[in-house]
Design a protein around this ligand. Structure first.
Ligand code: 26W
Length: 820
């Protein structure tokens, strides 16, 4: 009944209240009087979901009817953040929903805070996938996101005695109103076993995979609604389940319980997200996860293709598959297997189809993050794929041999198999060979890829290489998280900037408008007061909203150099101790981020931050002028409160290490000024906002290489810089660890002896630059002007721009609007 459907899609305020109360009774079976906050959240979530379902259905029907070329974004991580607020925003119903909920005597934000965010990602890469999927829908580009429905997302971090403690993230505990399970589209996945050859009916020689076990992949779909459009794309996440015939032999032996216990093993496949970022541990289960979701997704796409009555040899015309890093790179071999073994396509044609289908994005230059699988392990899990990879490799190396006659070392550098010691499969090489486009995520990163990590591939196929600078969605990261700034900006320039973020530049003239600047400043202060409340509630630390909020939130990693910020804090503290009347700008240093559970050095950095905080925050000599806060469990939800309240954004990685960074963009859009190195997207942010609006310090990537080549001796810096000397000694002495001189010794010793991330080199430049920050901050009007300019000139960093770049240069797709 269309009339009813329209009614649910576009309800009036009365309709919303009625739908909410209906769901409270018919979905949760509660009344307002006895409902828990979770019941109320669930009722509201279902009410909002109802508003999206017709658009979702219409979108799928429209793509099917029009045979639109679809982007398939394959990612092992989607760090979506809470859905409710974002969906209400994209529906354009924020004011109506808030009012309806208020009329029922409830508070929208209070209910929205009940949502457990799906933390199905580690950090930048997973959040990028989420921003991209938002932009694809908002730009009305046919797309589907494929990933894994982890039962436990990224661990929940608590801080006990200053140390990180991990707790499981039971995000599905109260159910997930945003997903619909589609058991009817389940697929079967093979694992392990061996291969055998046979001759088919036509007398052709073929290979068959005889697996050791099979598991079922069940899709769970969530609607991804674009901003104020009639397009809702799909995020399809796969869950592993036991197959019907989960263990027939055991079952037949009458061992029913034995067979059921194997069922549990199958379901372990999608149990938990690996919490490592940038360091690959070569775990068998992780390879199984990767293969599982990639095979599920490719089988799903082939089903859609065949359903549409199109030949599998035209697969590349129907789908453009983007590989989000190498985690789904096994897809290259899997598509070959599906086409050659299961659909009997000849190798050469299958290879053409495969190469025209895939494109690969690299997200890291760190050598320890490049995925390689020990050959033995790979063979055990994916015996057929190893054969296929050998065949791809043989044909590829033959091409290399002809192009670069006699260059044997080039062959071993390019090979898909690393044979320098223990043998490995190199996933980045598989991705490069099997893709028609290869990109980095910021200008500098893409240049370094061509010069360094992927130089040999660049020499082979320069035309495949391109750059697509990352971006973030202005919907979640401004309109939703910073409603005060959003209405001020919209009052000044209208609200088209939310859809077309290049128009944020129209804000520029307002940087010199005293009235606007005063409002801007007042909003920042309100946002800081709100964050201060959260900090007090979650850490017990009271901070002054009139102090400068200096923020570094991101994964804890040595290359990101959170400990460089600590050296600066200790230097300031040291100065205050020597001269208690020193005139300093009051600052609140806010840190947040998770350390990989097995990364001891990163965990020690957290302990260092909290230990320095314990001393500094409680020393009467400081007189509350410096505060150091570690906010536990940084997440999308926490980020939404933090970025709008920041004055200063810390982007201080060693040049050449951070592929792009995306937090840097969220800060700038929300009016923070950046202190940063010439790394990743910092370079482009500085270019856009103007050098005057950006506090630059440190070596460039070139200088880092040159210094490393010359030979770097950190102890020289220690000896020649009195303040640095004192700072390192103070930490090492046990001053911040109740006299325990052992606790931080490993950290300080490493800095003094090897210092792989060159903190000591950049130290003075950083501290001087922070002095410049202080001087600027003292002139409130000048700071506010620069803050407005940062936001006004951040237009480039919308993920809409990134997606347009991919659509034009990589995918060759355009919008396909859905009529309403
Ligand atoms: C194999 C272990 C592993 C796990 C995750 C290796 C590497 C990763 C990710 C690629 C880490 C990651 O999130 N990288 C970040 O990607 C962002 C989006 O492009 C960039 O902005 C960050 O600079 C990059 O560190």
């Amino acid at each position: 009944n269309a009339a009813l459907g329209r009614d649910r899609s576009l309800p009036t305020r009365e309709g919303l209240k009625r739908a909410f109360l209906d769901h409270l009774l018919y979905t949760q079976n509660k009344s307002l009087a006895i409902a828990s906050r979770n019941d109320l959240y669930q009722a509201l979530a279902h009410t909002i979901r109802d508003c999206m379902l017709r658009t979702w259905f219409d979108t799928a029907s429209s793509y099917k009817a029009k045979h639109s070329r679809m982007v398939a974004y394959l990612s092992a991580e989607f760090l979506m953040g809470p859905y409710l607020g974002n969906n209400v925003l994209n529906l354009g119903l924020m004011d109506e929903v808030k009012a309806a909920i208020a009329e029922l005597g409830l508070d929208f934000d209070d209910l929205a805070n009940q949502e457990e965010e799906p933390g199905l990602g580690n950090g930048g890469l997973g959040r990028l996938a989420a921003c991209f999927i938002d932009s694809l829908a908002s730009l009305e580009i046919p797309a589907i996101g494929y990933g894994i429905r982890y039962e436990y997302g990224i661990f929940y971090q608590t801080i006990i005695d200053g140390w990180q403690v991990e707790n499981t993230d039971k995000w599905l505990r109260y159910g997930n109103p945003w997903e619909i399970q589609h058991a009817e589209w389940s697929v079967e996945i093979k694992l392990g076993g061996r291969t055998e050859t046979y001759t088919d009916d036509a007398g052709k020689f073929r290979v068959r995979w005889v697996p050791e076990k099979t598991v079922a992949g069940v899709p769970f779909d969530s609607p991804i609604l674009g901003y104020r459009v009639n397009t809702a794309n799909t995020l399809r996440l796969w869950r592993a389940e036991a197959t019907e015939a989960f263990d027939f032999p055991t079952f037949n032996r009458g061992d029913y319980l034995g067979a059921v216990s194997k069922k549990v093993t199958s379901e372990n496949l999608t149990k938990v997200l690996y919490p490592n970022d940038e360091s690959d541990q070569g775990k068998e289960l992780r390879l199984e996860q990767q293969y599982f979701f990639v095979s599920c997704s490719l089988q799903d796409m082939l089903r859609i293709q065949i359903n549409r009555g199109q030949p599998v040899t035209e697969f590349h015309l129907a789908f453009a598959i983007q590989l989000n890093d190498t985690h789904p790179a096994i897809g290259v071999a899997e598509l070959m297997r599906l086409l050659v073994d299961e659909h009997q396509i000849v190798w050469e044609q299958a290879w053409d189809v495969t190469r025209q289908t895939f494109a690969y994005t690299n997200h890291t230059l760190l050598p320890e993050a490049l995925e390689r699988w020990p050959l033995k392990l790979f063979e055990r899990v994916l015996p057929r794929h190893l054969e296929i990879i050998y065949e791809i490799n043989a044909r590829f190396l033959n091409e290399v041999r002809i192009r670069f006659l006699g260059d044997e070392s080039r062959l071993s550098r390019l090979s898909l198999i690393d044979e320098s010691g223990e043998r490995y499969v190199r996933m980045a090489h598989l991705a490069c060979v099997g893709s028609s486009a290869i990109n980095g995520v910021a200008e500098l990163h893409s240049e370094l890829l061509k010069r360094d990590v992927l130089a040999d591939f660049y020499a082979m196929w320069p035309e495949k290489f391109t750059n697509v600078t990352n971006g973030v969605t202005p919907r979640r990261w401004i309109a939703l998280s910073n409603p005060r700034q959003t209405s001020l900006v919209s009052r000044a320039i209208g609200n088209d900037w939310i859809k077309d973020f290049s128009r944020i530049k129209e804000l520029e003239p307002f940087a010199d408008d005293a009235g606007f600047a005063a409002d801007w400043q007042a909003i920042k202060r309100d946002n800081k007061i709100e964050l201060a409340g959260q900090l007090l509630q979650r850490t017990g630390i009271r901070v002054d909203p009139d102090s400068m909020f200096d923020v570094q939130v991101k994964r804890i990693h040595e290359y990101k150099r959170q400990h460089l910020a600590v050296l600066h804090i200790v230097a300031l503290y040291h100065r205050l101790k020597s001269d208690p009347n020193l005139d300093v700008v009051p600052r609140t240093f806010i840190f947040g981020g998770k350390a990989a559970p097995g990364y001891h050095r990163a965990k020690l950095i957290i302990k260092l931050i909290t230990s320095v905080g314990d001393v500094v925050n409680n020393d009467p000599a400081v007189r509350d002028r410096l505060k150091v806060v570690f906010l536990p469990n940084f997440s999308v939800t926490r980020g939404q409160r933090i970025y709008p309240a920041a004055d200063l954004s810390e982007q201080i990685s060693l040049a050449g290490k951070e592929a792009s960074g995306t937090g840097n963009m969220k800060f700038a859009m929300n009016g923070a000024l950046t202190i940063g190195t010439m790394d990743g997207a910092n370079v482009e942010i500085r270019e856009e906002v103007g050098a005057d609006q950006f506090f630059l310090f440190g070596l460039t990537a070139e200088e880092v290489y040159a210094l490393r080549a010359r030979g770097y001796s950190p102890s020289d810096y220690y000896r020649n810089n009195a303040e640095l000397h004192a700072v390192l000694d103070l930490i090492r002495s046990g001053f911040f660890s109740r006299g325990d001189a052992n606790l931080f010794a490993p950290l300080i010793d490493e800095l003094m002896h090897t210092d792989p991330y060159m903190l000591l080199v950049d130290y003075q430049s950083y501290v001087d630059c922070q002095g410049e920050v202080d001087r600027t901050y003292r002139d409130t009007q000048d700071w506010t002007r620069r803050s407005i300019l940062n936001a006004a000139r951040s237009g480039k960093f919308s993920s809409d721009r990134s997606i347009r770049d991919y659509a034009e240069r990589v995918w060759k797709v355009g919008p396909a609007p859905v009529s309403s």
